[in-house]
Design a protein around this ligand. Structure first.
Ligand code: NAD
Length: 333
């Protein structure tokens, strides 16, 4: 691969936070890799930082489009390592054209995301977010904190992959009726598959666990919302683009949607992972969503557990090592 065994593989890692430095430094215990941790996101303006590196390591909100990939090819970048599962931000066709293999971390801990989805749902239906703020202020009033039980409710799960299946098991543990839609249903499984339309019509709660693709973009839109039950709760821990945010906002305003639990947001890339507490929020839709008592937003942190971070760092470096040793990586996309 143009690197002899004694040379360290140089990795340019983008959009890094303290967690990345801590966990990747620990995973690089034998010092095999020379890692540059850049806080900047990868895009056409920062691609120059990859000069003299062998590998680019990116996360969910880096821009890895054709323009960036062409620039990476000119800089002789040999491998693009995603340190996440989703790869909707990477132009795979452009990477293939420029012969830069791309690999992801397909499973690091589906439990992290599935448990976060349930944590958000419980927070919402038991009004924990409101109670937490009240008791912190020595306000022990319980008015307007009436919730409802999950037991017996119908939950519709879109996408029954690794995360969706874990989430289904958790929901079953709560005594919920689970129905699911998947474009590629698992044969001979115990999952109760229904059509998308039936899922929209029958669900008290809908949780999205499919990838963002051309087919799934805005799978939650004005039309699908119109088919849903009044008061439906929507959970999205997958990708922001799966929901048309304007339609969601209108659904919440009209009370057709009872609550939303969002770990991802359509236009999150310049907002999430940053402390903007001293800035004016320019995104009116997000500001409006955040102002609502029945909307809970976390900043793309469903994956953020010790177990997942260890797995991500170990697998990402393993992907890179495997490729440079053998010219092949089993997690190549
Ligand atoms: P997976 O590939 O195991 O499962 C995805 C499922 O979606 C598959 O069963 C697939 O058949 C289904 N699917 C594909 N196209 C579909 C369509 N058009 N309609 C309905 N279903 C469709 O993936 P996973 O590991 O379960 O992850 C699911 C998603 O979760 C990822 O794509 C990623 O975007 C997101 N994710 C988010 C976080 C976070 O921190 N918030 C972390 C990891 C993953």
């Amino acid at each position: 691969m143009g690197i002899n065994e004694k040379q360290k593989i140089k990795i340019a890692m983008f959009d890094t936070k303290k967690n990345d430095v801590d966990y990747f430094t620990a995973a690089n215990r034998d010092n095999k890799y020379d890692i540059s941790f850049f806080e900047e996101k990868l895009n056409k303006n920062t691609v120059h930082l990859t000069t003299d590196h062998d590998v680019v390591c990116v996360f969910t909100n880096d821009t890895v489009d054709k323009e960036v990939i062409d620039a990476l090819a000119k800089k002789d970048i040999k491998f693009i390592a995603l340190r996440c599962a989703g790869y909707n931000n990477v132009d795979l066709a452009a990477a293939a054209h420029d012969k830069i293999p791309v690999a992801n971390v397909p499973k690091y801990s589906p439990y992290s995301v599935a448990e976060h989805a349930m944590a958000m749902l419980l927070t919402s239906v038991r009004r924990i977010h409101k109670a937490y703020n009240r008791t912190k202020e020595f306000n022990f009033d319980i008015d307007d904190l009436v919730g409802f039980e999950l037991h017996g409710k119908t939950i519709g799960v879109i996408g029954t992959g690794m995360i969706g299946r874990r989430f289904i098991n958790i929901c079953k543990g709560f005594g919920m009726k689970v129905i699911a839609y998947d474009k590629f249903p698992i044969e001979k499984s115990r999952v109760d598959y229904v059509s998308k339309e039936e899922l929209f019509r029958e669900s008290d709660i809908i949780s999205i666990h499919c990838p963002l693709t051309n087919l799934t973009k805005h799978i939650i839109n004005r039309n699908s919302i119109s088919k849903m039950k009044k008061g439906v709760i929507i959970i999205n821990t997958s990708r922001g683009g799966l929901i048309d945010s304007d339609a969601l906002l209108d659904g919440l305003m009209s009370k057709k949607i009872g609550a939303a639990c969002l770990d991802v947001y359509e236009d999150e890339s310049d907002i999430f992972f940053r402390d903007l507490s001293n800035h004016i929020m320019r995104d009116d839709v997000l500001a409006r969503l955040l102002s609502m008592p029945n909307v809970i937003i976390t900043s793309h942190q469903a994956f953020l557990t010790d177990e997942a971070l260890k797995n991500i760092a170990d697998t990402t470096l393993k992907n890179i090592g495997e490729f440079f040793l053998t010219g092949f990586c089993k997690n190549e996309l």
